[in-house]
Design a protein around this ligand. Structure first.
Ligand SMILES: Nc1nc2c(c(=O)[nH]1)N[C@H]1C(S)=C(S)[C@@H](COP(=O)(O)OP(=O)(O)OC[C@H]3O[C@@H](n4cnc5c(=O)[nH]c(N)nc54)[C@H](O)[C@@H]3O)O[C@H]1N2
Ligand SMILES: Nc1nc2c(c(=O)[nH]1)N[C@H]1C(S)=C(S)[C@@H](COP(=O)(O)OP(=O)(O)OC[C@H]3O[C@@H](n4cnc5c(=O)[nH]c(N)nc54)[C@H](O)[C@@H]3O)O[C@H]1N2
Ligand SMILES: [Mo]
Length: 642
């Protein structure tokens, strides 16, 4: 029998697509995008449309695995044995050294709200040590909170009112493909689309103009633009009424000459004028602030200066205007049952170093769920050293990751097609549920069932009791019930969050202490500049073929490094070379691309360490200027012939 089931993609992606899955005799045979969903519009990305290969892969972990003391191998065990072991060891370590000796780490494997129930379990069992900072968007989040007091965007479709759209460091063709139909629609309505990015990538083709800024040179570029706006008298005359630090901002822009700012940004005056024109004259203008720029030493300052440009030109609070970095995806949900009482924290980008350094008590056990820190956090070798020297490492995943390689116990979890959860999105305001398209394999449990199994052994059953559906009901914000939105409503089709504004800041009131925009008023840390002996900046960026370290198809052989032919160290296109940083080396196949800048070295993010494809083996762990993000793209490297 053939049936169709709708669910929602739970991946760490702005789009949160509605999926139509075809099921034949209990097996999923096809995945398609939901034609009825206003954002999904009937198509899926490469990663998710190829997900059946992962769902039915023989490599998938479908039974608990416990590392044998004799052989050192991970061997299948029953759930009873697995959970008894986990409960016994966690209690032993907690009782001997205190709950802070256990570090619970959750990353973005699923964006479902049910993760909060797992957080709750560890808070009540401990509270244990948790992470702080954010490897993905720490700097940008902190920047927007600092400037506006909240982080959100106007409605997704409000972009249709924009005359100018600036993709500032953003590659929607890869990272958020469901923005493309809207961008094309905006262009048909007459909007100009500009792209500002150090990398020449796929999204260049859909833009009217492309400005290849120096990596991290965006602060200087924005300052050049501010100078031009000041000279042409294009600041909003009302700006003083809703912006703090306007004189200081002007002073900052005037602290260097236009030529100096342009030199630092490595951008022509014509290009800077183009941006000033878009923001100051061809209004309304929206900057779609990408997520990559924040992953730099001066990343928060870059996002802050873009917020400032939008504010001073009067593009905030009007239809078609804004500085859009994030959509408040949890805004319709209530997870306030997690109190945030952790006694101490590990800084996420410094994961390995912090674990190794912590004393009184040391970290003895690490619980990893929905993440692959070995491959995805910087300085992989230190992460490996940290995890492989712990007494207990437990990993919940369904893929055999580099982190699973270091686990004492592996607990197999559901995939996105078996998920039963509540979802918002960080690229639009639609809310949705996911539901199991098929039941999970016999020996696989959801994250909720795993903590419930553990809680039952630890006298904490009451804390996490309830079916997935009951938890969904509990987590829908009470305000939504007042507006008539229930789990049933979400099950019958996705619903736009009615609490989200159509036009953000329409009243020009901001959630900062003064109620005004907090304009950036000082210079950020200096740029990471390539060194004579390490002349390239390594950027390992999203690829359409994977979701972070989850590849649609297995990757084999050397990974590809893309550089400008002049930066290829004499290595021919297709030849092999060695990429080196001060902390690691990696063999690569070199690809020439004359369209790239000469100071960048490009890899795909998410390569596996055990296959010698992991960029983070070369990336030092260092922090952004605010928000404890990782300065992932500021790594100086060199390429040498083999
Ligand atoms: N296919 C696919 N989609 C994904 C992901 C994936 O792994 N694969 N990952 C998901 C995740 S985890 C996230 S957080 C989101 C966002 O994922 P990201 O990949 O962060 O998304 P973008 O912001 O579109 O792309 C980053 C852009 O920032 C640019 N950039 C880097 N440094 C600078 C700079 O200094 N200045 C400027 N102007 N630009 C710079 C890069 O060249 C790149 O084009 O997407 C998600 N979508
Ligand atoms: N060099 C470099 N490093 C980067 C980046 C970069 O651009 N360059 N990007 C950064 C960014 S933006 C991000 S967000 C991080 C991503 O870092 P991670 O969140 O660690 O990324 P993933 O590799 O997707 O790991 C998620 C894991 O969760 C598992 N999983 C999926 N569904 C479930 C589930 O329901 N339950 C459980 N328990 N597990 C599940 C998946 O199988 C996968 O192994 O990496 C960062 N690291
Ligand atoms: Mo991310």
């Amino acid at each position: 029998m053939k049936t169709q089931v709708k669910t929602t993609c739970n991946r760490d992606c702005p789009d949160a697509c509605s999926i139509v899955a075809t099921v034949e005799d209990g097996r999923i045979t096809q995945l398609a995008g939901d034609p009825d969903h206003p954002i999904t519009q009937g198509f899926l990305c490469y990663r998710t449309s190829h997900f059946l290969d992962t769902q039915y892969s023989r490599e998938r972990i479908t039974t608990p695995l416990l590392r044998s003391k004799h052989s050192g191998k991970l061997l299948p065990v029953s759930w009873d044995e697995a959970l008894d072991f986990a409960a016994h060891e966690l209690v032993r370590i907690r009782d001997e050294s205190g709950p802070e000796s256990i570090f619970y780490y959750r990353s973005g494997g699923t964006l479902g709200m049910m993760g909060a129930v797992v957080d709750l379990f560890f808070e009540r069992f401990g509270p244990v040590t948790v992470k702080r900072g954010d490897i993905c968007s720490g700097a940008g989040d902190a920047a927007q909170l600092c400037d506006f007091g909240i982080e959100d965007s106007s409605d997704f479709f409000d972009l249709q009112h924009a005359r100018s759209i600036i993709l500032w460091g953003k590659n929607p063709c890869v990272s958020s493909p469901h923005l493309l139909p809207l961008l094309k629609d905006c262009q048909r309505r007459g909007a100009q689309v500009l792209l500002i990015d150090p990398v020449h990538h796929k999204s260049v083709q859909l833009c009217d103009d492309f400005i290849a800024v120096r990596p991290g040179g965006d602060f200087a570029l924005a300052m050049a633009v501010a100078r031009l706006l000041i000279d042409d008298n294009l600041f909003d005359p009302e700006a003083t009424t809703y912006c703090d630090h306007l004189p200081e901002f002007v002073q900052l822009a005037q602290s260097r000459s236009l030529a100096e700012w342009l030199g630092e940004a490595d951008v022509s005056e014509t290009a800077a004028r183009r941006i000033a024109q878009a923001l100051g004259r061809d209004k309304p203008a929206t900057i779609l602030v990408g997520w990559g720029m924040g992953r730099r030493r001066n990343g928060a300052a870059i996002v802050r200066v873009l917020d400032a440009l939008v504010a001073v030109t009067g593009n905030l609070g009007i239809p078609g205007g804004g500085s859009s970095f994030y959509f408040k995806r949890r805004g319709a949900f209530d997870s306030s049952f997690v109190k945030g009482t952790a006694p101490r924290t590990v800084c996420e980008p410094l994961f390995g170093r912090d674990i190794l350094a912590m004393k009184d008590p040391p970290i003895r056990a690490v619980w990893v769920t929905a993440g692959n820190p070995v491959a995805m956090l910087p300085d992989s070798h230190t992460t490996v050293a940290a995890l492989s020297s712990r007494e207990l490492v437990i990993v919940c995943d369904h893929l055999h990751t580099d982190t699973v390689d270091l686990a004492h116990l592996v607990l197999p979890t559901t995939t996105l097609l078996e998920s039963d959860d509540l979802l918002g999105a960080y690229g639009h305001h639609f809310l949705a549920v996911s539901r199991p398209v098929v039941p999970p394999p016999e020996h696989v449990k959801s994250d909720l069932q795993i903590v419930q199994g553990l809680a039952a052994r630890l006298g904490l059953s009451d804390v996490v009791a309830g079916s997935a559906r009951e938890w969904k009901q509990r987590m829908l914000a009470p305000k939504l019930a007042e507006l008539g939105i229930s789990v049933e409503t979400l099950e019958s089709g996705s619903v736009r969050n009615p609490l989200a504004k159509e036009v953000l800041f329409a009243d020009r009131r901001f959630a900062t202490p003064t109620g005004r925009v907090n304009l950036i008023d000082r210079e950020p840390p200096s740029l990471a500049t390539p060194q004579p002996d390490y002349p390239l900046l390594l950027m390992a960026l999203s690829t359409e073929r994977s979701q972070s370290s989850q590849w649609a198809r297995p990757q084999k052989g050397l990974t590809e490094l893309t550089v400008h032919p002049d930066s290829a160290a004499g290595i021919a296109d297709g030849g092999t070379g060695e990429l080196q940083s001060v902390i690691g080396t990696m063999q690569v196949v070199v690809r020439h691309d004359p369209l790239q800048r000469r100071d960048v070295a490009l890899l795909a993010k998410g390569g596996h360490l055990r296959e010698g494809r992991c960029a983070n083996a070369l990336v030092e762990a260092s922090l952004t200027d605010l928000g404890e993000g990782g300065a992932l793209y500021d790594q100086a490297v060199r390429l040498l012939p083999l």
